[in-house]
Design a protein around this ligand. Structure first.
Ligand code: BG6
Length: 512
């Protein structure tokens, strides 16, 4: 008989917390910002929560001439600032014991030979048993070289029964051709099962909760289609500018930096069919199906479905800020977009005719990311005492960040003799409901990679399907007349032209 008691963790819907097998994480690009601000603080917090295995080690691999001690000190300095729990000196001491550094350029076989020796030593001295997780945290130009060198040094396979996996940071390619070429390089050396393409949005609690909300509850899914949904708005608004990343951003722009990865992930999780199980391939199969059902934009129609913007000088949170073209590392006549709004249609039975409206930008008035499902209005309005404009359609908004939660808006009678109607909300807030701080996205993703769970990572066909939608947009933009950049003031909600994507005059972008 199956166990249906509430103490059965499966029945209660809980994931058993597991600790990975002993292993070594090798970070390429270990002197960089991502390692210092995100990766090492995330590993430290996993250690603090006793989720790392005994004998866990980190090997940094980078070009700069650093010693092991200098490496540890440099990581500690930033971890003090960026670890969500601060730093406990004793705990850091034992965590840092397993850290070492190899100085080499990424194309130097001698560096990989030294790495092979170091990994064997760690297997013996710290019991890592041949389990290795490589992390590519370098500029993307170096990915192929590192992968080839790992293959040539025999490091793509573990000795004995150990496992070898590789995490690859975004951006994964800059168009469909380069993404395919990179996938081919990767598959020359690693099997797809070994590859973990990271998109840190999938590590956010609120993003994982999209699937739980949709598929662990019975009441929402029947409404989740073209019969009840008018349109979907996905917003990822940032107040920050370039944060010193001008050199990278100039060649990326908002489309490659945010839309191709983070916004497309939010879209697929919102639109996908229920998977046949919560398993990596079952979930990813459904995400790929959504991407393949999105109507591609022929380059000549791109201007009807997309709007680009670039910020000029303005004021954000009371501070005067320079325009994009005045930022360090940016050309004075740059045509890079810092804002994108676009409209997709998903040509399947669930979503036919429902616009998915996406927008993202830097230097907007507020940091806020959300997915809003706007439902159709009631078919007939019975209450006509107040102005019709007081009656707003129902909206279910999933707030990804900050102020994480879910809000349902509906109309309600204002107390009194008149039939006056006003929208009100039902709110769920993570903080109030659970009272615990959510882990950082990188904590969950690093742990999952060590556990061998790739559900929250992007598969090769998924990344190519996403680029096959984005690349024609870039081609369309290249054919169009250049937009009048800068076309929005820093601290405003982007170019006015974005309103034309909404389709019907009574639709509007949400005021957030
Ligand atoms: C990164 C982008 O992937 O995501 C940045 O490169 C952006 O430009 C960042 O600022 C946003 O992430 P988050 O977690 O702060 O929303």
């Amino acid at each position: 008989m199956s166990d249906t008691s509430p103490t059965n963790p499966l029945r209660a819907g809980m994931r058993m917390q597991r600790t990975p097998e002993p292993c070594t994480v090798v970070i390429f690009g270990a002197t960089g910002d991502l390692t210092h601000r995100k990766l090492v603080p995330a590993l430290y917090n996993l250690q603090r929560e006793r989720l790392l295995p005994p004998g866990f080690s980190v090997v940094g691999f980078a070009r700069r001439d650093w010693s092991d001690d200098f490496f540890r000190d440099s990581l500690l300095k930033d971890a003090k600032e960026f670890s969500r729990s601060g730093i406990d000196p004793n705990l850091w001491g034992s965590f840092a014991e397993g850290m070492s550094y190899i100085q080499a350029s990424f194309d130097d076989p001698a560096g990989y030979a030294a790495l092979a020796v170091r990994l064997r030593e760690l297997d013996e001295q710290r019991g890592a048993s041949g389990n290795r997780l490589f992390y590519l945290s370098t500029p993307p130009e170096s990915y192929a070289t590192i992968i080839q060198q790992l293959g040539a040094a025999g490091l793509a396979r573990s000795p004995g029964n150990g496992w070898t996996r590789i995490i690859i940071e975004k951006p994964f390619g800059r168009d469909l051709t380069s993404a395919r070429a990179l996938n081919a390089e990767v598959h020359n050396v690693f099997d797809e099962q070994q590859v973990y393409r990271i998109d840190h949005y999938l590590g956010k609690e609120t993003v994982q909760n999209i699937l739980v909300f949709r598929f662990a509850n019975g009441i929402f899914e029947p409404l989740w289609d073209r019969r009840y949904v008018d349109h979907v708005q996905i917003t990822v608004a940032e107040t920050v500018g370039l944060e010193g990343r001008g050199g990278y951003y100039e060649h990326a722009g908002a489309m490659r930096d945010m839309v191709q990865n983070h916004l497309m992930q939010l879209l697929t999780l919102t639109a996908m069919e229920p998977p046949i199980g919560y398993r990596a391939d079952a979930v990813r199969d459904e995400k790929v199906k959504v991407l393949r059902a999105i109507r591609p934009m022929p380059p000549e129609q791109v201007d009807q479905h997309t709007v680009r913007g670039q910020y000029g000088p303005g004021t954000v949170a009371g501070q005067a800020v320079p325009g994009y073209r005045e930022e360090p590392g940016v050309a004075a006549d740059s045509m890079t977009e810092t804002y994108v709004a676009l409209r997709f249609f998903i040509d399947n039975w669930r979503w036919a005719g429902v616009p998915f409206l996406l927008r993202t930008g830097k230097r907007l008035p507020k940091r806020v990311s959300e997915i809003a499902i706007q439902f159709r209005s009631a078919p007939l309005m019975l209450f006509d005492d107040g102005p019709l404009s007081d009656i707003e359609p129902n909206v279910l908004a999933m707030q990804v960040q900050p102020d994480e939660g879910i809000t349902l808006r509906f109309d309600s009678k204002v107390p009194g003799q008149a039939n006056q109607i006003r929208p009100v909300t039902m709110d769920f807030r993570y903080n109030a409901a659970f009272g615990v701080e959510s882990p950082e996205a990188y904590e969950r993703l690093l742990l999952d990679a060590m556990l061998g769970d790739s559900t929250l990572f992007t598969r090769s066909d998924e990344v190519e399907a996403s680029w096959s939608l984005i690349t024609p947009i870039h081609q369309g933009w290249a054919q169009d007349a250049p937009p009048p950049f800068p076309n929005y003031e820093a601290g405003t909600w982007g170019p006015k032209a974005a309103d034309m994507l909404l389709g019907k005059e009574w639709r509007s972008w949400r005021r957030l």
